[in-house]
Ligand binder design. Structure first.
Ligand code: NAD
Length: 285
């Protein structure tokens, strides 16, 4: 068997085109505020890419670039201002933050209706409770979209997620449970991981271990989603050994061009949803 490659780049492009049409029909442009503290080169590139993608869809996106030594209270004050600004629909604070700033405090300070990353405890709680009002973190939301787009109904499938972070593994576990999957979450202390993945219909690798998942870790015909981004000698590798695994999987995402483009598309979708929610609530109020 040779796997069908899930073309995240194309799927994300189609999603962005649909979003652009919907945004063109709105009376105002959705506004995304991106907050960046410090000069981490990767973060600067990520945020510029988000800004370009947002602008290409007809949104307004400003990057609030603060110096590395910005005190925590100044950052919280900026978030307070953005929270209270009716023109701002979505707020995203680029991680990682400098060490003197508590990222938990900052994430918690973002108004939950503007928390387009979905990292705050309010939205994480709603997702945990399978409440449709949850703003869902962009990467797991994109993964769910890719899975349903490729294999359809997920009910009854056994999914093994490798990684338990708050931004990928945990929210994805809730999302897949809500779709009636049987979910196993593995992590760095999991014993005999290949024995678990060999039982899975779906394997999602999100651990940051370059090319760790091999063909003999899988059952024939599994669907493999590779979230990992590992840069080695200026080349990108996923957490899955793509060339090995593609001989055995039914569907597989490449790195790059799989999950990555979906993350940005879903962030913009969240911003659009936030705009709609806020404007509907204004009408109601
Ligand atoms: P993280 O470091 O916060 O978490 C990694 C998780 O993997 C932890 O739960 C850890 O217990 C687990 N883990 C580590 N080594 C393991 C091992 N040997 N076996 C099993 N589990 C192990 O990472 P994260 O932020 O969740 O990101 C994971 C990967 O996904 C990274 O490579 C990151 O760059 C990538 N990522 C990609 C996107 C995207 O849009 N494509 C988005 C977010 C993260």
């Amino acid at each position: 068997m040779t796997a069908t490659i899930i073309d995240g780049k194309l799927i994300a492009e189609n999603l962005r085109n649909l979003l652009a049409e919907k945004i063109a029909a709105l009376p105002n442009k959705p506004y995304l505020a991106v907050v960046l503290v410090g000069n981490d080169p990767a973060s600067i590139i990520y945020d510029r890419n988000k800004q370009k993608a947002a602008q290409a869809l007809g949104m307004v996106c400003d990057i609030y670039h603060l110096p590395e030594e910005t005190p925590e209270e100044d950052l919280l004050e900026l978030i307070g201002r953005l929270n209270n600004d009716r023109n701002v629909n979505g707020i995203l604070v680029q991680m990682p933050l400098p060490k003197h700033i508590s990222s938990a405090k900052v994430i918690e300070a973002i108004a939950h209706e503007k928390d387009v990353d979905g990292f705050g405890p309010y939205n994480a709680g709603l997702l945990h409770e399978n409440d449709p009002r949850a703003m869902i973190a962009a990467t797991p939301k994109g993964i769910l979209y890719l899975l349903e787009h490729s294999i359809g109904d997920l009910s009854g499938k056994h999914a093994v997620i490798i990684g338990r972070s708050n931004i990928v593994g945990r929210p994805l576990a809730s999302l897949l449970l809500n779709r009636h999957c049987t979910v196993t979450v593995a992590h760095s202390k999991t014993v005999d991981l290949p024995k678990l993945t060999q039982q899975a219909d779906i394997v999602v690798a999100a651990c940051g271990c370059s090319q760790m998942v091999k063909k003999d870790w899988l059952k024939e015909g599994a669907t493999v989603i590779d979230v990992g981004i590992n840069r080695i000698d200026n080349k990108l590798f996923g957490d899955v050994d793509f060339d090995d695994v593609k001989e055995k999987a039914a569907f597989i995402t490449p790195v790059p061009g799989g999950v990555g483009p979906m993350t940005i598309a879903m962030l913009l979708d969240n911003t659009y949803q936030a705009y709609l929610n806020q404007n509907n609530n204004l009408k109601k109020g």
